[in-house]
Design a protein around this ligand. Structure first.
Ligand SMILES: Nc1nc(=O)c2c([nH]1)NC[C@@H]1CN(c3ccc(C(=O)N[C@@H](CCC(=O)O)C(=O)O)cc3)C=[N+]21
Length: 307
């Protein structure tokens, strides 16, 4: 058709287009309005969601994270109860505390901050938390549920990534996803959640030989390896969606992810930053799981709804 006008500045073939930045902080804050409303509905039925946060030892990073979680709880109306113990607490004492929290009807969620000191049997601790209060989703029962495609308490970080993908309108079904990092708290559950949505999923490691040969195939690349600058532009397919789960503190105190953000943003279609990407969503999903647990207690939801 005649008369189509293309202005001189509209299309420059080689200009870097630049990825859409996925603003996890904004999404997390937006979720709070809906979360507050659900908590009011619970309170009308006499239920105030309660989250017990257990912190063992004095690790400064853990203290900061726990403080963030407590503040986020306050902001939406979840009653959080912090239990701080010295690193010298015995296994038995910790298990007794968890038993008490399991039995307390005002506690709907129990979170034991990781890592735990070396003398504590982490597996035993996580298996002692009542599965119906396991808002981290780390109990074997909840891990097993995820393996068979049920989501009872999806682990907060990968659950947050799924939310970000959905919020950004990214199609998952049938697409190639590469997850770099195979931890129990991020990489493995991330892969399971994406498989449940019919993505083609490969799990790699920071140690994978020729990592770039794998990552270049990804329509969606999720990186949770804990290695700064692991992912550079030549490893990323043009137009890929890149989700950076890494949190690394550099010698100068700066926090960075696993992705060369400035380089990769020129090639990706969407990219999540660090900070301000997945981190705030992890906390948003912790609030979500705690509210879900309280809703189940109040009979508003069945024991395992579709998410
Ligand atoms: N039982 C247990 N459950 C956890 O969910 C758990 C845990 N243990 N241990 C440690 C990791 C780490 N984690 C984070 C949560 C929020 C941010 C977060 O909000 N990050 C901000 C700020 C980053 C910064 O400046 O430090 C951001 O990325 O924008 C980061 C990391 C939860 N974890």
């Amino acid at each position: 058709m005649k008369g189509t006008i293309v202005t001189s500045t509209a299309l420059k073939p080689d200009a870097p287009t630049g990825a859409t930045i996925i603003d996890g902080k904004a999404v997390a804050l937006k979720m709070r309005d809906e979360q507050r409303a659900r908590i009011e509905a619970l309170q009308a039925r006499g239920v105030t969601p309660g989250l017990a946060v257990v912190l063992v030892g004095e690790d400064p990073a853990s203290s900061i994270y726990v403080r963030r979680k407590v503040k986020a709880c306050e902001a939406v109306g979840i009653k959080s109860i912090s239990h701080r113990y010295p690193a010298t607490i015995s296994n038995e004492e910790l298990l007794v505390l968890i038993g008490k929290l399991n039995a307390d009807p005002n506690v709907h969620g129990i979170l034991v901050q990781l890592p735990l000191p070396a003398h504590i049997d982490m597996a035993k601790v996580l298996e002692t938390i009542a599965p119906e209060k396991d808002v981290d989703g780390f109990h074997l029962y909840n891990v097993g549920a995820l393996v068979v495609g049920r989501q009872i308490f999806p682990p907060c970080t990968p659950y947050g990534v799924m939310h970000l993908l959905e919020h950004s309108g990214i199609e998952i079904e049938g697409r190639n996803v590469v997850v770099v990092g195979a931890s129990n708290i991020v990489g493995k559950p991330m892969a399971l959640m994406l498989m449940a949505r019919d993505a083609t999923v490969a799990i790699c490691h920071a140690k994978t030989r020729d990592l770039g040969q794998w990552t270049i195939l990804a329509d969606i690349l999720v990186v949770a390896a804990g290695v700064p600058n692991l992912i550079v532009p030549q490893m990323v397919k043009t137009g890929a969606v890149v989700i950076d789960v890494g949190i690394n503190r550099l010698a100068d105190g700066r926090i960075v992810g696993d992705v060369d953000f400035e380089g990769v943003r020129k090639k990706a279609s969407h990219i999540s930053p660090v900070p301000g990407g997945v981190g705030p969503m992890t906390i948003a999903m912790l609030l979500e799981n705690t509210i879900i647990s309280a809703e189940r207690t109040a009979g508003i939801r069945g024991p395992a709804d579709e998410f």
